[in-house]
Design a protein. Structure first.
Length: 225
């Protein structure tokens, strides 16, 4: 009888630990989805090290750091994520944007080749290639690869937003606006696309619309200012 009670107590303890882990992961992801970057990182960091140092968690922490415009921290986090999970494809398009902002052309080129070797049918892979050519100011080539990402997954919001920025770089405002608008229709909380629409409207000297779009972006993610 004592052994059964002990086993039951152990099972209860293990179940409590699992529930706490799930609660932390779920709560961290909820804050990330709401662009509460500091809170998300803080919660994820409460996980045990063997759970924290996984590709999924580290990539979400890196994404949160990107949303907080802390690219140096995001760089370190994504580098660790790739070390513990070298075959990861998900979220690598965000990592490529970190490399783009930090002007790390060699690292971005290596990442693009690596992902194409891993999975040529993943839209993330082609977004990374698109970012690679964007950093070299080859915007038309970048757009061709971003179009490939969209062909593979017509609901991949990030590909439309990246395309919008490439069209903006080419001063093709109509196509940029179309891409950003499509991105917001897929994900109304995709603040990057609202920011892009604000930039297009500003270039068109539609300042009222520009302010409205930029205000919308900031209302979703206060760090986007």
């Amino acid at each position: 009888l004592f052994a059964k009670q002990q086993n039951k107590a152990n099972d209860t303890e293990e179940a409590t630990k699992v529930l706490r882990l799930l609660s932390l992961v779920g709560n961290g992801y909820r804050h990330l989805s709401l662009y509460r970057s500091t809170e998300a990182v803080s919660i994820f960091q409460q996980l045990p090290q063997n759970q924290y140092k996984t590709g999924w968690v580290l990539s979400k922490v890196g994404r949160a750091q990107v949303e907080a415009v802390d690219y140096q921290s995001a760089l370190s986090t994504f580098e660790l994520a790739r070390k513990v999970d070298p075959y990861r494809v998900e979220d690598m398009e965000i990592y490529s944007t970190v490399l783009w902002h930090l002007r790390k052309e060699v690292d971005l080129s290596y990442l693009a080749h690596h992902l194409l070797d891993l999975d040529r049918l993943a839209p993330q892979s082609w977004c990374v290639v698109g970012n690679c050519f964007s950093l070299q100011n080859e915007h038309d080539t970048s757009l061709r690869f971003l179009q490939r990402a969209i062909q593979l997954d017509s609901h991949f919001t990030y590909a439309y937003t990246l395309s919008g920025h490439e069209y903006l770089a080419n001063d093709d405002l109509d196509k940029a606006q179309s891409c950003f608008s499509h991105a917001t229709s897929l994900d109304p909380r995709h603040y990057n696309a609202w920011y892009g629409l604000g930039m297009v409207a500003s270039r068109q000297e539609n300042y009222k619309y520009s302010v409205n779009y930029l205000t919308r972006a900031i209302s979703i993610n206060r760090n986007s200012s």
